[in-house]
Design a protein around this ligand. Structure first.
Ligand code: BG6
Length: 474
């Protein structure tokens, strides 16, 4: 049953990078597709800077582009008219009281159609202010309608720096909001081919009997970017590639690749299975880690001269359960490499040729299977070829939604399947915290690599040792 009544979306940190580049454009896409009907929805921007509604609108206008709108410029103007701006600090009552007043004003004006009030707070803010902002929302801005409705908050990583700090943050927020009200975004869970993983695995006879240690030799989950930390050096240096990409995005993908079939498709049952995978990961061994830092990274004035922060890492995880015992899961991520790509490579055991199944998350979504065929022609020889499902060709004319667009729609609909649950987050930190502490203490050092290269050669050696065989390019 669709909920009726008015929906207020409040973007805190409205003039920051995340809001401008991701949150508002995603809201705009949803608006263009009719998911945010103007007679129900109002959007509020909140930040410290004292600017007018129009100034905020002008700041975000340039980021609003839609290929799904018949008259984009008209839609941009109409969308911007839904946005109001309120300024205030992140830890004082005044701004939040004002915000509540504005939201309530809009709710009474729209509530001629009887309905509930729904308040979605999107924290496009650094985690250091999450506790105070949550406290302020809790105290001053909760939905007060007696006709029902809800208040939800959306937060983004980094959720802490290690197990201890993440748990502290979780319990501070947990004292103010219940788990069903908290949406922890990992935007990789909003990507088309990540969302496809469970269907692929559990709705295809091809995969069901093969997806285990008897048939799979190794699994590689790779993230590469062909640019460095440009402009984000200060932020990045605090965290490094493991906290930025591996502990969250790649680990989430690993969960979906490795988890058992859930007892039902209810979000909680799916998340239960993901937690079990994380809890089955064995402690990481130093000799199964290669760290790298690209040359030139420290030239960024916001990066300390002696930074020990890795911009590249290859880490092997081992899952201690019946299905995966002995199968290395190779997680690899790096900045300033030779290409931009995110993919999952599943290598099957030799027969004697090597079959490989590749799921390319981006760019150009695709799934392809490398297999051996007879070389066409009179001779009897074998050659490697591909069964290829490239989305662009197969689904011409279908626009694949942006991850943020999908995830924000889920928060409005109240579907938590593609969000990280508190126990999942804890289990993810448990895996990486000992390694991160060793890096932070300088006990493990990154190997320099050339920007634009494949990363340190030692990483390729580690892969080879784990059983990965480089197949012919495709
Ligand atoms: C973010 C990281 O979470 O993901 C960035 O903080 C990274 O460092 C980005 O560039 C990559 O996202 P995508 O969707 O472009 O693969």
């Amino acid at each position: 049953v669709p909920e009726i009544g008015c929906l207020s979306i409040i973007v805190l940190g409205a003039s920051g990078d995340l809001a401008k580049k991701k949150t508002f454009p995603a809201l705009f896409h949803l608006y263009c597709q009719g998911f945010l009907p103007p007679n129900e929805v109002h959007i509020f921007g909140y930040a410290r800077t004292k600017i007018s509604d129009d100034e905020l609108r002008n700041r975000i206008r340039g980021y609003l582009v839609s290929d799904r709108s018949a008259s984009p410029s008209k839609d941009v103007s109409k969308f911007l008219q839904l946005i109001k701006y309120v300024s205030g600090s992140y830890d004082a009552a005044e701004g939040f009281q004002m915000l509540d007043k504005e939201i309530s004003k809009h709710e009474t004006s729209k509530n001629s159609l009887e309905g509930s009030s729904r308040r979605l707070f999107y924290l496009a803010l650094p985690p250091s202010v999450y506790p105070s902002v949550c406290r302020m929302i809790r105290r001053y801005c909760m939905n007060k309608s007696n006709l029902g409705g809800w208040t939800r908050i959306v937060v983004e990583k980094p959720f802490g720096r290690d197990l201890g700090s993440a748990e502290e943050l979780s319990s501070q927020i947990g004292e103010l909001f219940d788990e069903p009200q908290i949406y922890r975004i990992d935007h990789y869970l909003g990507k088309e081919l990540v969302q496809n993983l469970l269907v692929l695995r559990f709705a295809n006879r091809f995969f069901l009997p093969l997806w285990n240690r008897d048939n799979i030799d190794n699994v590689q989950i790779v993230f590469r970017e062909d640019f460095g930390t440009e402009g984000r050096g200060g932020y990045f240096d605090e965290y490094g590639i493991i906290r930025d990409i591996i502990q969250n995005h790649l680990l989430q993908v690993l969960c979906l690749v490795a988890m058992e079939k859930p007892v039902s498709l209810k979000p909680e049952r799916i998340r239960d299975e993901k937690v079990k995978v994380l809890q089955s990961v064995l402690p990481i061994k130093d000799e199964e880690v290669v760290l790298g830092q690209y040359e030139g990274y420290r030239d960024d004035p916001t990066v300390p001269d002696h930074s020990n922060t890795p911009t590249f890492a290859t880490v092997i995880l081992r899952i201690h359960n019946e299905r995966w015992e002995g199968v290395p899961f190779i997680l690899k991520a790096g900045k300033a490499l030779n290409s931009r790509k995110a993919e999952i490579r599943v290598q099957f055991k030799d027969v004697p040729g090597r079959n490989e199944f590749v799921i390319r998350l981006q760019p150009s979504e695709a799934m392809y299977m490398k297999l051996m065929v007879k070389q066409p022609g009179l001779e009897m020889s074998t050659v490697q070829s591909e069964l290829d499902l490239s989305y662009r060709q197969r689904y011409q004319g279908v626009t694949i939604p942006e991850a943020y667009e999908r995830l924000i729609l889920d928060t409005i609909r109240g579907d938590q399947q593609h969000f990280v649950r508190r126990d999942e987050l804890k289990a993810a930190w448990e895996i990486f915290t000992p390694l991160l502490h060793r890096i932070d203490n300088g006990e493990m050092k990154p190997i320099p690599y050339q920007a634009g290269s494949r990363g340190p050669a030692e990483a390729d050696e580690l892969l080879e040792k784990a059983g990965y065989i480089q197949t012919h390019g495709y």
